[in-house]
Design a binder for this molecule. Sequence first.
Ligand SMILES: CC(C)(COP(=O)(O)OP(=O)(O)OC[C@H]1O[C@@H](n2cnc3c(N)ncnc32)[C@H](O)[C@@H]1OP(=O)(O)O)[C@@H](O)C(=O)NCCC(=O)NCCS
Length: 168
Amino acid sequence: MRFARLKQEHKDLIGEFSSGNKDLDDFIRNDALKQQELHISTTFLLFEEPDVLVGYLTLLSDSIRIKENPTLSELFNTKGIQYHTLPALRIGRLASRKDFQKKGYGRAMIKFALSRLFEISENAGCRFLTADSKLEAVEFYRKVGFETVATKEGETVKVYLDAYLGKN
Ligand SMILES: CC(C)(COP(=O)(O)OP(=O)(O)OC[C@H]1O[C@@H](n2cnc3c(N)ncnc32)[C@H](O)[C@@H]1OP(=O)(O)O)[C@@H](O)C(=O)NCCC(=O)NCCS
């Protein structure tokens, strides 16, 4: 498998992408390139050999509120950090092609997002991966290592992963 940063030349390919979720399919087909040109988000495509588009993820910068999260507040208090928010990389969109789901591509895309985070944090502080998970995807995020933030009932659940947990 290989990742490629979304480019104009992918236009035909993304026009046919289908994850089974209308919002996510509309985004990659109609909005992802425009948002990337505006430097609002960056999208990466995941290809399986030879050139089959099996998934995509969209990343943008974010921050995580730790003041309302007792676990994180305590952890960072012990490290002498008392900020209200800490820097994060947000998974704005994530989707595997419908007929390629539950084959490990989602996990591979999270691993890729983590590799981007480590690269970013060499130049600008960045510690957490964040996402607003649809209810039906929460179990996926848990399986790949994310924690959930207790929130009021809604259509999404805030999830996060501490990329440096146990390291420093
Ligand atoms: C959610 C999604 C991105 C997961 O991608 P995927 O390629 O199916 O994920 P993986 O195959 O890497 O799954 C990793 C693990 O999570 C499990 N998993 C995947 N989707 C799951 C789901 N919806 N519910 C429960 N478990 C799920 C897999 O079975 C696998 O478990 P295992 O390690 O025990 O075998 C994909 O199902 C998808 O695109 N869904 C539609 C769009 C969507 O909901 N996107 C999320 C936006 S918030």
